[in-house]
Design a protein around this ligand. Structure first.
Ligand SMILES: Nc1ncnc2c1ncn2[C@@H]1O[C@H](COP(=O)(O)OP(=O)(O)OP(=O)(O)O)[C@@H](O)[C@H]1O
Length: 252
């Protein structure tokens, strides 16, 4: 097996002097992996992404990027809320990470045009966020996350606020985007169905403290068709994961 793009070694996180939220977490992520993280509310899923992005310090352990610190600086982070700047049009929102990195205007415009094409929004690049549907806003957020061609994309429940049909559509689009502009993904979700559809590996965290309770390999080949959701093997894996989730939840 090749060297992982990202390794978590004994990662422990305590906020202030409290009990650990995450404890002794070991995980290797290979280049091209799509890893979903599921677990009971409050088990530390978002914390894990924030630690990965360097937005919060570790208490113990290490997170090692194969390509060093520059890889951490060039990761994409996508949140549940599209967090678009309301006073900028779609194109300028998408260009923003390149602007912050002081990239020249021609490069910014070219990269924004390309990625807006990938998410099918080139025709609305002059619109403002208030003129977009929830699904379109999330596509803009995806475009902004991908504009710097990050090798690693962190997604924190990006589709949680969307209706079921738009959510399924965006699941398919996210996998298609990965085919066109390859990235490794760490994806936090509450939806077992979404995790199984998207991932090649699913990590189930237990709560209090957050530890890896199970790691499940998803056997379905890519590209994945929408009809996979109707496959009995898909349902069996979802049921298995629901069971694992129930076991990982804190006892009441
Ligand atoms: N900045 C902070 N300071 C103190 N405690 C925090 C902070 N951020 C998160 N926590 C606590 O850490 C725990 C894990 O939070 P986190 O948001 O990572 O969980 P989660 O699994 O993503 O939850 P959910 O599924 O509900 O979104 C929670 O108990 C939360 O209250």
């Amino acid at each position: 097996m090749t060297e992982p793009i990202l390794s978590y070694c004994g990662v422990t996180k305590r906020y202030e002097r409290g009990k650990p939220v995450l404890e002794s977490l070991d995980l290797d992520v290979q280049e091209g992996d799509f890893v979903s993280i599921i677990g009971p509310s409050g088990c530390g899923k978002s914390t894990l992404l924030r630690l990965t992005a360097g937005l919060s310090p570790l208490s113990e352990g290490q997170i090692v990027f194969r390509d060093g610190e520059p890889a951490r600086r060039n990761l994409g982070f996508i949140f549940q809320d599209a967090t678009l700047l309301p006073w900028l049009d779609v194109r300028r929102n998408v260009e923003m990470p390149l602007k912050l990195a002081s990239r020249p205007r021609a490069e910014r415009e070219g990269a924004a045009r390309e990625v807006l094409g990938l998410v099918g929004l080139r025709a609305v690049s002059d619109r403002f966020p208030r003129q977009l549907s929830g699904g379109m806003k999330m596509r803009v957020s995806l475009a902004r996350g991908l504009v710097q061609k990050p090798s690693l994309l962190l997604l924190d429940e990006p589709f949680g606020a969307l209706d079921a049909i738009t959510r399924n559509q965006l699941n398919a689009e996210l996998l298609a985007l990965r085919g066109q502009s390859p990235f490794t993904a760490l994806f936090v979700t509450h939806s077992v169905n979404e995790a199984v559809f998207l991932s090649n590996r699913i990590v189930v965290l237990s709560a209090n403290p957050g530890r890896i309770a199970h790691t499940v390999e998803v056997p379905f080949a890519y590209p994945r068709a929408a009809s996979l959701r109707e496959d009995p093997a898909f349902h069996r894996l979802c049921a298995e994961l629901m069971h694992a989730l129930a076991e990982a939840a804190p006892a009441r």
